[in-house]
Design a protein. Structure first.
Length: 226
């Protein structure tokens, strides 16, 4: 697990520096997976399940590569990681990757926004939409890390007390949603240049996150048994 975490950090660094992930690193991660299977005592059925998971991941990510939503190195890295994680942790990894990658993409798009004269309101909506997206992603990540809900019962009760009429809440939500949609469309349309998002960083960080959770869970189980 420590070796895989180290490899993922190396992948993140190289993706930031060169916008690519070395094939040798992805191959090493993939080839080390069978050693991990033997070390953890996986049976033949479980090994076959890991291979099927990797195959499905490869097919889906190749489709994303064709439509230019994911780089070739990202496809190889995520496929290699599918050999390491059981379906449930791997699904968690994919969700975390989407949150981190989405937040990074939107933040970079906001930085790359082409602010034109006469479009001050649209630019403000675009920046507001990006801030809302990134803030929401960070809130979800914080909730996942701490195990706490996004809104506590006390917070929900305060909102209900402040807005006694449900239609007011619905109206405000619709206005926010409309402003977000308009701002996001403007954010996508007004980019100075096409930017390649280092999605490998999101994949690597999500992998390290899941590995850390597994390590903490294993340590807790061991301490309980002892």
């Amino acid at each position: 697990m420590a070796a895989l975490a180290t490899a993922l950090l190396v992948a993140a660094i190289t993706d930031i520096k060169r916008r690519e992930i070395d094939n040798t690193l992805n191959l090493a991660i993939a080839l080390a997976a069978p050693v991990w299977w033997l070390a953890t005592g996986l049976g033949w059925w479980d090994m076959g399940l890991q291979l099927v998971l990797a195959l499905v991941t490869f097919v889906v990510t190749c489709a994303l590569f064709v439509v230019r939503q994911m780089g070739g190195g990202d496809v190889k890295l995520l496929t290699a990681l599918a050999l390491w994680f059981a379906p449930a942790p791997f699904l968690q990894l994919v969700v975390l990757m989407a949150l981190l990658g989405g937040a990074g993409s939107v933040a970079m798009a906001a930085w790359n926004l082409d602010r034109r004269p006469g479009e001050g309101l649209r630019s403000a909506l675009a920046l507001g939409a990006s801030a809302l997206w990134v803030g929401g992603a960070l809130a979800v990540l914080t909730a996942l890390a701490t195990g706490r809900p996004l809104l506590s019962a006390a917070a929900l009760q305060s909102i209900r007390a402040f807005f006694p009429a449900g239609w007011i809440v619905a109206l405000i939500a619709l206005l926010i949603l409309a402003g977000f949609a308009l701002g996001f469309v403007h954010l996508v349309r007004r980019q100075k240049s096409r930017m390649r998002v280092p999605y490998g960083v999101a994949i690597a960080l999500a992998g390290v996150w899941v590995l850390a959770q597994q390590a903490l869970t294993s340590a807790a189980v061991s301490s309980t048994v002892n």
